[in-house]
Design a protein around this ligand. Structure first.
Ligand code: FAD
Length: 301
């Protein structure tokens, strides 16, 4: 089902993001975890698109297997990095042939962070151009999600310009905005209000990443420019080098964020699962929900 239809059918959506594993045995493990997570009945799952060639084919393979073997609604991430327009069209055509009808349309980042993003000579410079390409070439055959940044994209000179650029993506035909991870819900609520003022009138889905390791979160926060609130930092400091304690802090924090988002009638929550199943399952358990339908009830849906 396309994202627009999924949004219509579900007043609150719950989605899980995976990344394509590097080798076949890790793909099997991911599929086993996805089977577990499927019991939570997510609205859809998505698979990221890496900068290297091999993970790109794996994105397609994993998406197709999640759809055909696990029976989940899927969205394939696609970036402009290193691709000509013709290649992007070819990838999109392959997805359609395989029955994958949702794309998370992104610019992507340079494989080497120090060089900054360089478009392919026959390629696209920004994600709004990818959304345009999809709509021009394929009409409504795809559902399209785009990225939003509650704290501003790291390259943006200011949040006003960033929001203008988000509006370009929505005006080009995106159905939904999925946000970058954030740890302070106030940043998300403020972002939603600013979207409303800018007449960005598609649903905004909140991106939640439970902290699973101290090193991992510092790296991610550095890459994404996400602020780690002092309260969370203090709790992580108390957990020290004990990975289990850090993971507990992460689950506590993310559960609290989700509870608050649901009480504020969020339109959807997108879990950055980091290919694990237990963390997301534990958050559902703590929220007293056996699956996504039960979780939606907490938002009054
Ligand atoms: P854009 O929307 O093109 O924005 C990039 C920068 O350019 C911003 O500063 C923006 O303000 C500015 N800008 C946008 N449009 C214009 C314009 N027309 N003119 C001038 N300036 C403009 N990365 C991956 O490599 N693979 C993934 O699978 C992946 N999945 C992601 C999923 C989500 C939900 C999110 C939030 C991010 C994801 N990323 C992924 C990271 C993303 O690729 C990076 O954040 C990247 O730097 C920007 O991508 P974008 O699509 O937001 O780009």
């Amino acid at each position: 089902m396309r994202i627009a239809e999924l949004l219509k059918a579900n007043p609150v959506t719950f989605s899980f993001e995976f990344f394509p594993p590097k080798n076949e045995s890790a793909v099997d493990l991911l599929l086993a975890r996805a089977e577990q997570l499927a019991k939570l009945r997510p609205t859809f799952v998505s698979v990221t698109y890496g900068a290297g060639g091999t993970t790109r084919d794996r994105t397609r393979d994993v998406v197709v297997r999640l759809q055909d073997a696990v029976g989940l609604s899927t969205a394939a991430h696609l970036t402009c990095v290193g691709h000509s327009r013709a290649e992007l069209i070819e990838i999109l055509e392959t997805y359609l042939q395989r029955g994958v009808t949702n794309i998370v349309a992104l610019r992507g980042d340079a494989p080497n962070a120090s060089t900054g993003f360089q478009p392919h000579p026959d390629g696209l410079t920004h994600a709004n151009e990818l959304v345009e390409l999809i709509r021009e070439r394929f009409g409504d055959k795809f559902g399209v999600a785009v990225a939003g940044y509650p704290e501003g994209h790291p390259e943006t000179p200011n949040k006003i310009t960033d929001l203008d650029n988000l509006k370009r993506k929505v005006d080009a035909g995106a159905d939904v905005v999925v946000t970058q991870l954030f740890f302070d819900n106030h940043d998300f609520y403020d972002f939603c209000e600013r979207c409303e003022l800018a007449k960005i009138d598609v649903p905004v889905i909140a991106g939640i990443m439970p902290v699973q390791s101290r090193k991992g979160i510092m790296r991610m926060a550095g890459l994404c420019g996400s602020r780690i609130p002092a309260k969370l930092l203090r709790r992580l400091d108390r957990a020290g080098d004990n990975d289990d304690e850090v993971a507990k802090v992460g689950i506590d924090w993310a559960t609290q964020q989700c509870r608050d988002l649901l009480e504020h009638h969020v339109r959807g929550i997108h879990f950055y699962t980091l290919n694990r199943s237990t963390t997301t399952m534990e958050i559902y358990r703590r929220l007293g929900a056996s699956d996504s339908e039960a979780l939606a009830h907490l938002a009054g849906a």
